[in-house]
Design a protein around this ligand. Structure first.
Ligand code: FAD
Ligand code: NAD
Length: 467
């Protein structure tokens, strides 16, 4: 078979790239190593973790918030097996959705490991070892990432686990030790803390979610301690672990240089992810690697070999599904000669804990480092009528704007449903709105979104109405 484009990998980068290629009239194929489409995000990432976050949040609210709303329940209990089964059904229904989209867009799907024979020939090796070759003018590598592990802490997939196993546990841990206070550790730690586990987070840095605006991690830490009993051990360097029966002992060096020991029945290792290129045969096509195992690409996401592109987790930048999707669209449009653009500074980051956390644009720390003159306006959810009605008063919205021009430079939020509210900040910033522009727009009352308007008012000559 001869194709205009072959996409290797069917995660959010790959399958979206394939659809956009097909929309643009290119004869397209997609190759996936596993026998289901959707990649990390759909099968062991974004979607299953959010399904468990939603289920566990329902339980936690039923156990801790319903009574306050005047709803009384007897014999409330967790059925973890059903939660995991439901999660599987959510994933399956999305798998089917992507299969349907491939058919609808007349994209040929191949299941098996894709590897380069040369620049224009791709070999597909299926699970039984059967091989076939296809020819292509362009290739988009979208092979994603795998969990990073620590050399002294082998993953046994039973007691010492990564996010993949944490989505399939057969029991609620009694004491879950989470190594790494980043997105995965806090999201999956929240799932099991809500279901009754004691969660201890060991973090190497002096802050959780350290790449986001520091005010967010500080508030999230306060709330997770208060509502879910999380314990945090910051600036701790994990040095080893031993497993005996059902118990894992983790040793770490505390900030004073002393050795401390943690004991749990499960250890979740969530210290980041690394690009995945194994078995791709990049050398056969002459594709050069970049730093830290990434494929090197230029601003157009093209590798050193013309016609071979790479997108998503396998290249530089945030490891986020929506970043991968934008890159898939960009490459497809470039192949047909269009001039698309991605504003990487306006790709939002979201943590789906409760309260949710989200940020876009520059953090306050980055603005300070740049020496940029800025002003800041904040609005706390405890002053929001809507948040009081729902009982979700933790958190705030913080808006950072240029001191002279009032242009919004960064928006950082922690609070109820702000995973969706951050889209307003992205829209405003894409249109280069000033804080006053947003402050003058009508926001329905009572909504959580009013906190965005109020924070913009606060940044505009300190004019917030409700604080
Ligand atoms: P992937 O989704 O990793 O897909 C790559 C695909 O390529 C895989 O299916 C793989 O099997 C296939 N492949 C690899 N090599 C070959 C080969 N040689 N031949 C054929 N196929 C191959 N991001 C968010 O934005 N929001 C979230 O809420 C979120 N939650 C997450 C939760 C967890 C627990 C995890 C682990 C990640 C989460 N992420 C989230 C990150 C997100 O999953 C990734 O950023 C995203 O999946 C990257 O997409 P991708 O297309 O680059 O690669
Ligand atoms: P992360 O980079 O978010 O967090 C890793 C954390 O581990 C960091 O805080 C880091 O300082 C810490 N760390 C590193 N080495 C350590 C060590 N030896 N001991 C203790 N702490 C250590 O990585 P993650 O949580 O594993 O997630 C991986 C990727 O998946 C991220 O890039 C993230 O973007 C993506 N993801 C996104 C979402 C989302 O968008 N909601 C959810 C889950 C995962």
């Amino acid at each position: 078979m001869q194709y205009d484009v072959v996409v290797i990998g069917s995660g959010p980068g790959g399958y979206v790239a394939a659809i956009r290629c097909a929309q643009l009239g290119l004869k397209t194929a997609i190759i996936e190593k596993y026998n289901v489409l959707g990649g990390t995000c759909l099968n062991v990432g974004c979607i299953p973790s959010k399904a468990l976050l939603d289920s566990s949040e329902h339980y936690h609210n039923a156990a801790h918030a319903f009574a306050d709303h005047g709803i009384e329940l007897d014999n409330l209990k967790v059925n973890l097996q059903q939660m995991i089964k439901r999660k599987g059904e959510v994933v399956k229904s999305n798998n089917d959705g992507i299969t349907y989209l491939m058919k609808k867009n007349k994209i040929d799907t191949y299941y098996g490991l894709g590897s380069f024979v040369n620049k224009n020939t791709i070999k597909i090796t299926d699970a039984e070892g059967k091989e076939q070759q296809i020819e292509t003018k362009n290739t988009i590598i979208a092979t994603g990432s795998k969990p990073t592990t620590l050399p002294f802490l082998p993953i046994d997939k039973k007691r010492v686990i990564t996010s993949t196993e944490a989505l399939e546990l057969k029991e609620v841990p009694k004491n879950m030790i989470v190594i790494g206070g980043g997105v995965i550790g806090l999201e999956l730690g929240s799932v099991y803390a809500r279901l009754g586990a004691k969660v201890q987070v060991i973090e190497y840095m002096d802050a959780i979610i350290p790449t986001m605006d520091r005010a967010l991690g500080k508030e999230l830490m306060r709330v997770l301690k208060k509502t879910l009993g999380f314990e945090f051990f910051m600036s701790h360097k994990v040095t080893g672990a031993t497993t005996k029966g059902k118990t894992v002992k983790v040793t770490a060096q505390n900030p004073k240089g002393e050795e401390v020991t943690f004991e749990g029945d499960y250890v979740l290792v969530s210290v980041g992810r690394k690009p995945y290129t194994e078995g791709l045969g990049l050398e056969n096509a002459g594709v050069q690697m970049g730093e830290r195992g990434m494929i090197a690409v230029n601003d157009h996401l093209e590798t050193n070999v013309p016609g071979i592109y790479a997108i998503g987790d396998v290249v530089r930048g945030a490891m986020l599904a929506h970043k991968a999707e934008e890159e898939g669209v960009l490459v497809a449009e470039q192949i047909v000669g269009q001039k698309p653009h991605i504003n990487y500074n306006l790709i939002p980051g979201v943590v789906y804990t409760w309260p949710e956390v989200a940020g876009v644009g520059f953090t306050e720390e980055q603005l300070k480092e740049q020496g940029r003159a800025y002003k800041s306006g904040s609005f706390p959810f405890k002053a929001s009528g809507r948040a009081k009605a729902s009982g979700d008063t933790d958190g705030f919205v913080k808006v950072l704007a240029d001191k002279e021009t009032d242009e919004i430079l960064g928006v950082h939020m922690i609070g109820p449903r702000i995973a969706d509210l951050i889209a307003e900040a992205v829209t405003a910033m894409e249109f280069r709105a000033s804080a006053e522009d947003v402050a003058r727009m009508s926001h329905a009352h009572p909504t959580f979104a009013e906190a965005m308007k109020e924070a913009c008012l606060a940044a505009t000559e300190n004019r917030a109405i409700h604080i």
